[in-house]
Design a protein around this ligand. Sequence first.
Ligand SMILES: Cc1cc2nc3c(=O)[nH]c(=O)nc-3n(C[C@H](O)[C@H](O)[C@H](O)COP(=O)(O)OP(=O)(O)OC[C@H]3O[C@@H](n4cnc5c(N)ncnc54)[C@H](O)[C@@H]3O)c2cc1C
Length: 396
Amino acid sequence: MTAHTTTDHLDDVAVVGGGPAGLIAALALAAAGRSVVHLAPPPPTDRRTSALLQGSVDLLERLGVWEAVRPQAAALRTMRLVDGSRRLLRAPETRFDASEIDLDAFGWNVENHVLTTALAARVAAEPAIRSLDAVARQVTVRGGFAEILTGDGDLLRAHLVVGADGRKSLVRDAAGIGTRERRYDQVALVLNCRHDGPHRDTSTEFHTETGPFTLVPLGDGRSSIVLVERPAVAERLAALSDADLGAELSRRSQRLLGTIEVDGPRQTYPLSSLKAASMTAPRIALVGEAAHAFPPIGAQGLNLGIRDVADLAKAVSRTGDDCGSDEVLAAYGRARRFDVASRQAGVDLLNRSLLTDFLPVQFARGLALQAARTISPLRRFLMREGLAPDYRPAGS
Ligand SMILES: Cc1cc2nc3c(=O)[nH]c(=O)nc-3n(C[C@H](O)[C@H](O)[C@H](O)COP(=O)(O)OP(=O)(O)OC[C@H]3O[C@@H](n4cnc5c(N)ncnc54)[C@H](O)[C@@H]3O)c2cc1C
């Protein structure tokens, strides 16, 4: 039998997971005045970028992380949606400009490893956070606190356990929270590229019969690409030489950015969606992909996870000693209900509307985009809602 190190020490919060949601949660909860133990085994290689919307940037600024990220992030000032399908009913091109809602940019695109490196450095410098390079093996709720058995055999105790441990969350399973999952017949091919045409700070999302194909600025003459395709096609593209893949991407992007050259390795992600039946259980709160995951459309995934963290920190900061009480968890669950449900439904609907050949659905999508293109109050509403529900710039 393994010898366990037992401790009587009781932290306010134990955060499980060293991905972006877990790192931000550790910092935000420490900033809310709590002692945090953070279980953060080294994360797997992540070659994705994240388009961080302005609300996420506001939080990273408050946590003292943005200064280190900003020099390596690219502004997204215009969002362009292009119907790249060959269907009979094609939607009109729609552009949104951040200046229409008095913002300098909708957000900033940054490589995930740049973001997590800056977050980890800030976590390491925060005295209220004790970081352990260990996995959680078991989580048990004991009444006034929860206990975590780590992979190293240590036993940790905290008032609140935050499950930021991704799609296959052990914390979620230990709490008995069920999930609804949907597999899509789609794989995302992810890579960075260089191009000889300017991107003009514009992120372009081509909507095709097999899913979105997105080019997002990543610096001068550089962009990140997410190409969603049927699995067999994605695997075939992923196996091409750099030169052949670059030529294929130039063709698919209608040479919008001129000639595209692959810049660095690629990665593929099979797409699926997941929704936890609840964001909370006694002594447990879920954040990020442990609670919700969906296909990469409109840069919603991590931004939604960051809003989870912001709402959890708010609920925790409004209470006394016991930050894992039923009241705190109920307030957190209430705060997240509408945002999570509406994002999940919206992204799923849009993704499925791309895949279907059913003409009335194509017609409705075209009408919706036409309305978004021409009706100014609706445009402004969609732009603000795209950033966050009721988004207001920091300080306003
Ligand atoms: C192709 C693609 C493009 C995307 N682009 C964007 C975008 O532009 N903007 C955006 O907002 N979102 C985007 N997303 C979504 C975004 O990448 C995810 O929402 C985000 O990475 C999830 O972060 P997370 O910290 O919740 O989970 P993860 O990154 O999965 O982190 C979970 C962590 O928990 C750890 N862990 C697991 N089990 C344990 C355990 N038992 N004990 C301790 N640790 C554990 C893992 O090692 C991992 O490090 C994209 C997604 C895809 C697939």
